[in-house]
Ligand binder design. Structure first.
Ligand code: FES
Ligand SMILES: [Fe+2]
Length: 315
């Protein structure tokens, strides 16, 4: 059944043994004041975050390469991090700058990771250098940002990011009837988009969401296997980012960020109704999903996203 969709390359989609290079939420920005040090495990790997006195955030492997003390006990000096145990001092690039009491300074360094700060969160790139910017609304868009509480799932985070790309489930589970075939575009090695238009089959669902006047019309961008950015054009304009990361051996955590244009309260209710109807029952089913590649010809959109993620570089 699935032979036409298979490839002989790597299969990184939903593989808990690898972490695809991407941006992962590491902390709330407010939890890391200037001079602050924080422990974080955005992808299961133990990291230390610190904010230099100049306000910039840095991320590094948590273990001091000297004798392995946790750098989370350390302190910030200028832009650098000083290990608590023997006061070895590491620069924001991970280089060892000072080793007090040591005559011949060792050449050890700590591995660092790129960071960025947006929408009230610190994001860490899982990999040596960021291969693309964090996707999302343009910085000059005046949008209200609402961060929902984290949600835990028992399944891999890739499955959550591509949930909407499983277009075959939109009718049976969400009663959403597609107005046309989804248009999929592979933007680059890290991102692919899907334009989706449709309407709810039931009248009350069309009414509460505003779909009685305009079809649901949205552009989904799946990036790095863990980020799904949805830009909804109609029936009510808003954007949302689902940012996933691994949790434990096979589970995941998703942080959802809602971006609202300045508008009326009624619009907010429509947005929430739409999200509720489109996400209803997904959580329960995803929690129990043991992903299999039994793709049919009707799963081609999902299979395209899965193959795309299969080939992404790992950290
Ligand atoms: S273990 Fe960090 S300086 Fe020695
Ligand atoms: Fe769904």
């Amino acid at each position: 059944m699935a032979a036409a969709h298979e490839s002989s390359g790597p299969r990184r989609f939903a593989d808990p043994a690898v972490v695809v290079q991407s941006w992962y939420v590491a902390a709330r920005a407010r939890d890391l004041p200037r001079g602050g040090v924080l422990r974080s495990r955005p992808t299961g790997r133990e990291l230390v975050l610190w904010r230099g006195l100049d306000g910039r955030v840095h991320a590094a492997d948590a273990r001091c390469p000297h004798l392995g003390a946790h750098l989370g006990h350390g302190r910030v000096a200028g832009d650098d991090l000083v290990c608590a145990l023997h006061h070895f001092r590491f620069g924001s690039d991970g280089a060892l700058l000072e080793a007090p009491g040591v005559t011949s300074r060792p050449s050890c360094r700590v591995r660092t990771f790129p960071t960025t700060e947006r929408w009230g969160f610190v994001w860490v790139w899982q990999g040596p250098r960021a291969l693309h910017p964090l996707p999302g609304p343009a910085t000059d868009e005046r949008l209200r940002v609402l961060a929902f509480p984290e949600q835990r799932f028992a399944c891999h985070h890739h499955l959550i990011a591509v949930n909407a790309c499983d277009t075959l489930h939109l009718g049976p589970l969400h009663e959403l009837e597609l107005a046309e075939a989804p248009v999929v575009t592979i933007a680059d090695d890290f991102s692919a988009t899907m334009r989706l238009r449709g309407r709810f089959k039931t009248a009350w669902k069309r009414r509460v969401t505003g779909c009685n006047r305009h079809d649901f019309d949205a552009l989904f961008t799946v990036s790095g296997g863990n980020l799904c950015w949805v830009a909804v054009a109609a029936p009510v304009p808003f954007q949302v980012i689902f940012a996933g990361r691994p949790d434990g051996a096979t589970g995941s955590i998703t942080r959802s960020l809602l971006f609202l244009p300045p508008g009326s309260t009624r619009r907010v209710w429509r947005v929430l109704a739409l999200l509720l109807l489109l996400l209803k029952r997904d959580h329960d089913i995803l929690d129990d999903l043991a992903f299999m590649r039994g793709f049919t010809d009707a799963d081609e959109v999902l299979a395209t996203f899965v193959r795309h993620i299969d080939a992404m570089p790992v950290g």
